[in-house]
Design a protein around this ligand. Structure first.
Ligand code: GUN
Length: 294
């Protein structure tokens, strides 16, 4: 079997159009949804993610406040900047690009964001709401993965979903989301402590690779006809490439595509959905803060 290669860009375009229309409605009432984007240091991957997010906001008729901070900034200074945006009614969302330099505690920084403006869905209040099945911001990549599965009509109810990776950004929230009643998957989470990863992965109807290890998932590990969602974005050295590297997912794409029913490419799979979901979260945050909706 040769897999259907999922066009994440095309699916994301629909979501972005919807966010754009909702933002236009807000603008008619004189409100411009605005996201504060804080980037500490000059990590090239983070720089490119941040630019992509800001460009998408602009294309959807929303504003962003681009805050570039030196690597040496202290945790206190960074938290003070966040406090300023928490108090600013013209800012509806706050995004601190991760990872942060080692001298800054990510937990402390995330906890400093007003949960009402936590469009990344990383604050403990958002994480708690997700865990308890209450409404709240859902992290963008997990939301994008679930949207993709729905949009493509990949059955989730009763399916066995195997999530490889337990990060706070993807693996943990996604595993939780997949157990919601309206999705109803049975979930296994694999991580670096898992013994015999291949045995678990082979059981997956839906496999989500979010480990951050290039080509970790090989064809021998994948069940014939599985839906394979690759969240990994790894830069691997490639002297032939213009930039000296190329992007590789966590899945060994070519051979796995021969076996799977569906597969997402890297780039062009999950990434565009992540950005599209961020736009939706910014519109939602703005609507709630400006009392356009509850
Ligand atoms: N670093 C990698 N992914 C993300 C994300 O979704 N949000 C933020 N803030 N940082 C990230």
């Amino acid at each position: 079997m040769a897999a259907i290669v999922i066009d994440g860009k095309a699916v994301a375009a629909k979501v972005k159009e919807d966010a754009k229309a909702r933002a236009a409605g807000l603008r008619e009432g004189g409100i411009i949804p605005c996201l504060a984007v804080l980037l500490v240091g000059e990590d090239p991957a983070s720089l490119s993610y941040v630019s992509a997010k800001e460009q998408a906001l602009a294309e959807a008729g929303m504003a962003s406040k681009d805050i570039r901070l030196p690597r040496e900034i202290t945790e206190e200074e960074l938290i003070a900047r966040i406090a300023g945006f928490n108090a600013d009614p013209a800012i509806h969302g706050i995004l601190v690009q991760l990872p942060l330099p080692g001298h800054i505690r990510e937990d402390a920084v995330i906890a400093a964001i007003d949960p009402a403006k936590d469009v990344d869905g990383f604050h403990p209040v958002s994480a708690g709401n997700l865990l308890l099945g209450r409404p709240g911001f859902i992290p963008c990549t997990p939301a994008g993965v679930v949207f993709l599965l729905r949009e493509l009509g990949i059955p989730t109810a009763g399916a066995h979903a195997v999530v490889v990776g337990r990060s706070n950004i993807v693996g943990r929230p996604l595993a939780n989301l997949l157990t919601r009643r309206d999705i109803n998957a049975t979930v296994t989470i694999c991580h670096t402590g898992t013994v015999d990863l291949a045995r678990h992965v082979r059981e997956a109807d839906i496999l989500i690779a979010a480990a951050g290890k290039p080509a970790l998932i090989t064809a021998e590990m994948v069940r014939e006809g599985a839906a394979v969602i690759d969240v990994g974005v790894n830069r691997v050295a490639d002297p032939q490439a213009k930039k000296g590297y190329r992007l590789r997912g966590d899945v060994d794409f070519g051979p796995v595509a021969e076996k799977a029913a569906y597969i997402t490419p890297v780039p062009g799979g999950v990434g565009p959905l992540t950005i599209a979901m961020l736009l939706q979260n910014v519109v939602d945050a703005c609507r709630r803060q400006t009392s356009v909706c509850p």
